[in-house]
Design a protein around this ligand. Structure first.
Ligand SMILES: Nc1ncnc2c1ncn2[C@@H]1O[C@H](COP(=O)(O)OP(=O)(O)OP(=O)(O)O)[C@@H](O)[C@H]1O
Ligand SMILES: [Mg+2]
Length: 146
């Protein structure tokens, strides 16, 4: 998360549920969360394969709409946003490294980081960018993907 909120809860969810519907119309519940809150530090979500970690992250970031429940990120209710609003909000506040990466292998690490800033019309401040790269241990790996 890239945010000016340094303290307190950044992400919270209540009563989240997600079903997937099969071809025969039957629904399988893959997520059932009473309450989730995170912020002000690093949070790890752990559990066995298939327990719903990725689905939870998709719901918390507005990539998937839950069937039930609410998600607030930086106090904003994601369910109040349409797809365009969600895309703009994600672009400004949420960084996501997918399980299958979804990176462009022909581009450097830095070039993979830049497009959201460019699309948002923001100028990359070199000092801030290298501080972030350093924080995520990406300094020195810039040529790895080229
Ligand atoms: N598009 C989908 N349609 C139907 N079921 C799905 C879909 N995506 C995920 N699932 C099911 O939802 C459950 C949770 O999947 P999820 O990918 O969130 O697990 P995970 O905890 O991230 O697993 P892993 O540790 O292997 O990445 C699994 O049983 C999975 O088979
Ligand atoms: Mg996963």
């Amino acid at each position: 998360m890239d945010t000016d909120v340094r303290q307190g809860t950044m992400v919270e969810a209540d009563g989240l549920a997600k079903n997937f519907v099969s071809g025969d119309g039957s629904a399988t519940r893959v997520l059932d969360v009473v309450r989730f809150a995170a912020g002000g530090g690093m949070t790890a979500i752990a559990g066995p394969s298939g327990c719903g970690k990725s689905i939870l992250l998709y719901c918390l970031s507005g990539l998937e709409a839950p069937c039930r429940g609410s998600v607030r990120v930086l106090v904003e209710d994601l369910s109040a946003k349409d797809q365009r609003g969600l895309a703009i909000f994600r672009r400004a506040h949420i960084g996501f490294v997918f399980q299958s990466y979804n990176l462009v292998p022909a581009m450097s690490v830095l070039d993979n980081v830049m497009p959201p800033l460019t699309l948002a019309g923001r100028k990359a401040e070199p000092g801030r960018l290298s501080a972030r790269m350093s924080r995520f241990r990406l300094i020195g790996h810039d040529d790895d993907m080229a």
